[in-house]
Design a binder for this molecule. Structure first.
Ligand code: MLT
Length: 207
């Protein structure tokens, strides 16, 4: 029995990549299925529902206030999600080395945490409207891991300096980071999807 309520769709060909879709606060496992199909048609889709409820809204970890995270909870939930991805790989027999996370907002933050606290679980990540989830000491080594960050220039939740701090942190850990700014706030715009889709197409991992 896998430990998260989730949606799974096998890839169209054995060995094709799997997108780990991670929703924002208040979303669920079905939210990002259409986005997965747009970003990488034919990819497998593994989409868990966050287990933390904030006023009834699912999230992937607790927060103390907007943008202030409960780091103990984040560590525990990140380990739990990493275990889920490993177990799902065994159960559904997808290639664990070809899992690329696509996270929006709270989902992007747990994806960032997976990169930093559970190195090796993700082959790459698309982080949409992401913040710095945690600053691990020591930093992990994730050399060459491809990460695409797409944030909004006028996002009331994520100031530009926060985005730059995130990019610097991932870069210091060795990730190969691409930053894309959108003329947008916290909500996604068509440019996020077009740019993320083009970036995914450049990855050896997803070809
Ligand atoms: C978070 O709590 O992860 C961020 O504030 C984004 C959000 O979910 O609103």
């Amino acid at each position: 029995m896998l430990s998260f309520t989730h949606h799974y769709q096998p890839p169209s060909a054995p060995g094709a990549p799997t997108l780990l879709m991670l929703h924002g606060t208040g979303g669920d496992e079905h939210d990002l299925a259409p986005l997965a199909a747009e970003l990488l048609p034919g990819a497998g889709v593994l989409s868990p529902r966050g287990k933390v409820l904030e006023h009834g809204m699912p999230r992937f970890f607790r927060r103390l206030a907007e943008g202030v995270f409960d780091l103990d909870d984040l560590r525990q939930r990140t380990a739990e999600l990493a275990e889920f991805v490993r177990e799902a790989g065994e159960q559904y027999t997808f290639d664990p080395s070809r899992v690329v996370a696509v996270g929006f907002s709270n989902g992007a933050n747990i994806a960032g945490s997976l990169l930093l606290l559970a190195p090796g679980v993700l082959g790459g990540a698309v982080l949409l409207r992401a913040m710095v989830p945690i600053v691990p000491d020591p930093l992990p080594a994730i050399p060459g891991t491809p990460v695409f960050v797409s944030n909004g220039r006028v996002d009331p939740l994520v100031p530009a300096a926060e985005t730059e701090r995130l990019v610097a942190l991932l870069h210091a850990a060795g990730a190969d980071v691409t930053l894309q700014w959108q003329s947008a706030g916290h909500q996604l715009v068509p440019g996020d999807i077009a740019k993320a889709r083009a970036w995914l197409q450049t990855l050896a991992l997803t070809s």
